[in-house]
Design a protein around this ligand. Structure first.
Ligand SMILES: *Cc1c(COP(=O)(O)O)cnc(C)c1O
Length: 428
C-alpha cells in the first residue's frame, strides 16, 4: 500500500487487499492458531527466519497483521506490533528497553493504572520508574542517569488533559541517547503526529478511540525507526548477539526496525500478550471511521467545555480547547484539530456535588472507560486513580471533586441538556 494516499484513504484501505482465495472484500477473521508448512524444508526455513511467513498466532496472524500495518501506515512508522491491551503494549515496550537495575522517567500526569504498572509492578521487577512533573524540564534532565532507558509521556494526560511540551522533552531525551515514548491514546494518529515531534515509539490503548465503540481490548506499539540503538552504550541487548535468537544483533541486522523486531521476536515470543484475531477485526472496523468520529468528538467537546466554563456552579474546566486553558497554545502546536474528548471539571460543591452529579445523569453512562461513541463519565479519585495515595493524587492534579468526561458523538444539545439537569440536581 503506497503511503501517498491521504489519511482517510489509508484508514479504510491500508494493510489489507481482498483475499486471493475467497475474494472476500472485508478483512477475514483468521481464527487459527497454526499455519500449514509446505514441506519439512519450508518449516525449517521459517524457523530459521530464512523465509517470511506465519508459524503460530502468538508470533503473527493475518488479521492482526492487517491491523498492525494499518496503524503503522497512519503513524508513518517502520513497523507496529499489536497486544492484548494497552497495558500489555506498555509493559512489553518497557521490558524491551529496560531490565532489573535500570530506570525509566515518566510524567506523573498519566492514566492511574499506568502509575501502578510503573510505580509498583515495574519497581518490584527492579526497574525503577521516576515520576516527574512533565512541565518541569529541569526535573527530566536531573532524573537522567547512566541507567535511564526511556522517557514516557501521554500526548494528552489522563485525566486532566494537560499537554506536555513534546519537542522540549524529546530534545532532553535525545541529548542523552534515550528513547522518547509517547502514549497517544487520547489523540490517535488523526489528531497528533507524535513522530513529527520527536517521539521514537508511539503506544495506543486501541481499546479507546481507535476501536471507538467500547467493545474490545487491544493495544499497539509503533516504531518510528529513528532511534539510534547501534553503538548506544545504554542498550547492550541491541548491540550484542542474542543467544536466544540465532545470535542476531538487533541494532545491526534489522535495518532501522531493531526495536519492533526484538519486541516481536523475543518479548512477544516469551511473554505472549498477543491480540486475538477477533479483537483485531473489531478494532479495524473502528479505524475505518476514525477521522469522522474524532472530528465529531472534537466539535462536541468544544461545545460541552464552553457550556461548562460558562456555568455558575462550575469551579474549573480542564480542557485545552478552551482559550483560557494554560495548554491551549500547546494544543495548537501539537494537535491543532483536536485533543480527543476526555477532560475533567470540578463542581463548586466538591466531592458531594460530584457524586450527586454522576448519579443524576440519564443519557451519560458512568463507566471506567473512555473513547466510546457514547458519552461517559467517571470519578477518578474513587475509580481509575483510587489506588493512588493522597500525595500521588495531588501530584496528578486530581481532587476529590474532579469529574472526568469522555464526550461521545451524540447530538451535542442532548449531551449538554443531560449535564445541565445533573448539575442542577447536584446543587439541591
Ligand atoms: C486505558 C489506557 C491505557 C491502558 O489501556 P488498556 O487497553 O485499558 O489496557 C493506557 N494509556 C491510556 C492513556 C489509557 O487511557
Amino acid at each position: 500500500m503506497t503511503t501517498n494516499y491521504g489519511f482517510d484513504t489509508l484508514m479504510v484501505h491500508a494493510g489489507h487487499t481482498p483475499d486471493k482465495d475467497t475474494h472476500s472484500r472485508m478483512l477475514p477473521i483468521y481464527q487459527t492458531t497454526a499455519y500449514t508448512f509446505d514441506s519439512a524444508q519450508h518449516a525449517q526455513e521459517l524457523f530459521a527466519l530464512k523465509v517470511p511467513g506465519n508459524i503460530y498466532s502468538r508470533l503473527s496472524n493475518p488479521t492482526v497483521d492487517a491491523f498492525e500495518a494499518r496503524i503503522n501506515a497512519l503513524e508513518n512508522g517502520v513497523g507496529a506490533l499489536a497486544f492484548s491491551s494497552g497495558h500489555a503494549a506498555m509493559f512489553n515496550t518497557m521490558i524491551n528497553l529496560a531490565s532489573a537495575g535500570d530506570e525509566i522517567v515518566s510524567s506523573i500526569n498519566i492514566y492511574g493504572g499506568a502509575i501502578n504498572l510503573f510505580g509498583v509492578t515495574l519497581r518490584n521487577l527492579g526497574i525503577n520508574v521516576k515520576f516527574v512533573d512533565p512541565d518541569d524540564l529541569a526535573a527530566w534532565e536531573n532524573a537522567v542517569t547512566d541507567k535511564t532507558k526511556a522517557f514516557f509521556v501521554e500526548s494528552v494526560g489522563n485525566p486532566n488533559a494537560n499537554i506536555a511540551d513534546l519537542c522540549a522533552i524529546a530534545d532532553i531525551a535525545h541529548k542523552h541517547g534515550i528513547p522518547f515514548i509517547v502514549d497517544s491514546t487520547m489523540t490517535t494518529p488523526y489528531f497528533c503526529r507524535a513522530f513529527d515531534f520527536g517521539a521514537d515509539f508511539i503506544i495506543h490503548s486501541a481499546t479507546k478511540y481507535l476501536g471507538g465503540h467500547g467493545t474490545s481490548m487491544a493495544g499497539i506499539v509503533v516504531d518510528s525507526g529513528k532511534f539510534q540503538f547501534e553503538g548506544n552504550p545504554r542498550f547492550p541487548q541491541y548491540n550484542n548477539p542474542d543467544p536466544s535468537y540465532h545470535g542476531i544483533v538487533f541494532a545491526k541486522d534489522c535495518g532501522n526496525a531493531g526495536f519492533i523486531t526484538r519486541l516481536r521476536a523475543l518479548v512477544m515470543r516469551d511473554i505472549g500478550s498477543c491480540l486475538s484475531p477477533f479483537n483485531a477485526f473489531m478494532i479495524m472496523m473502528g479505524v475505518e471511521t476514525l477521522s469522522l468520529r474524532m472530528n465529531k468528538h472534537a466539535s462536541n467537546t468544544l461545545a460541552v467545555a464552553e457550556f461548562l466554563e460558562a456555568h455558575p456552579l462550575v469551579e474549573k474546566v480542564n480542557c485545552p480547547v478552551l482559550k483560557s486553558s494554560p495548554y491551549h497554545e500547546r494544543m495548537l502546536k501539537y494537535m491543532p484539530n483536536g485533543c480527543g474528548s476526555t477532560f475533567t471539571f470540578e463542581l463548586k460543591g466538591g466531592r458531594a456535588a460530584g457524586a450527586k452529579f454522576i448519579d443524576s445523569l440519564k443519557l451519560i453512562s458512568h463507566v471506567a472507560n473512555l473513547g466510546d461513541t457514547r458519552t461517559l463519565v467517571s470519578h477518578p479519585a474513587s475509580t481509575t486513580h483510587s489506588q493512588l495515595t493522597d500525595e500521588q493524587l495531588k501530584a496528578a492534579g486530581i481532587s476529590a471533586g474532579t469529574v472526568r468526561l469522555s464526550i461521545g458523538i451524540e447530538d451535542p444539545k442532548d449531551i449538554i441538556a443531560d449535564i445541565q439537569q445533573a448539575i442542577e440536581a447536584s446543587s439541591k
